[in-house]
Design a protein around this ligand. Structure first.
Ligand SMILES: [Zn+2]
Length: 129
C-alpha cells in the first residue's frame, strides 16, 4: 500500500520524508521554505501592518479630497486651467444606472430568475481587545 503523500498546504510542493524544517499544524503540512516564511511573520505582525497601511490610506484619501476641493475652488468658473506643467480639467460625467431596487419591486419574479449568487472573501482586521 502506498504511503499517503505529504503536500505543503501553502505552495503545493510534495514534502519528502527528510525535508528539513517541514512542520505540521491544524492547517496541515508546511514545507521547510513555507514554514520558515510563516515563522517570520506572525498574524499579529501582518495584521498590525495591514491596519497601519489602511489608516495611512484613509489619511491620504482625506488629504486628496481636501486638495481636490481646493483645486475646484481655485478654478472658480473655469473648466480648464493650465499652470506650469499641469492642465486641470473639470467635466461633468453622466452615467445610466439600472434601478435594480425599483425593478425588483415591480418585477419580483423576473428579478429572482435573473439573480445570480456570487461570493467574495471579506477580510476584517481589528483589535481583539
Ligand atoms: Zn511550501
Amino acid at each position: 500500500m502506498k504511503e499517503e503523500q505529504r503536500v505543503c498546504g501553502d505552495c503545493g510542493a510534495v514534502i519528502e520524508e527528510h525535508d528539513d524544517g517541514a512542520t505540521v499544524d491544524s492547517n496541515g503540512w508546511h514545507c521547510g521554505d513555507c514554514a520558515e516564511e510563516t515563522a517570520e511573520e506572525t498574524v499579529a505582525s501582518l495584521a498590525g501592518k495591514y491596519n497601519d497601511v489602511s489608516s495611512k490610506i484613509k489619511v491620504l484619501e482625506k488629504e486628496k479630497e481636501t486638495l481636490r476641493a481646493a483645486l475646484v475652488r481655485r478654478m472658480g468658473d473655469e473648466v480648464e486651467v493650465t499652470d506650469g506643467h499641469y492642465k486641470v480639467n473639470r467635466t461633468v460625467v453622466f452615467a445610466n444606472r439600472f434601478d435594480s431596487t425599483a425593478f425588483k419591486k415591480e418585477n419580483a419574479e423576473l428579478a429572482e430568475k435573473y439573480t445570480v449568487k456570487s461570493s467574495s472573501e471579506r477580510l476584517t482586521v481589528e483589535l481583539a481587545f
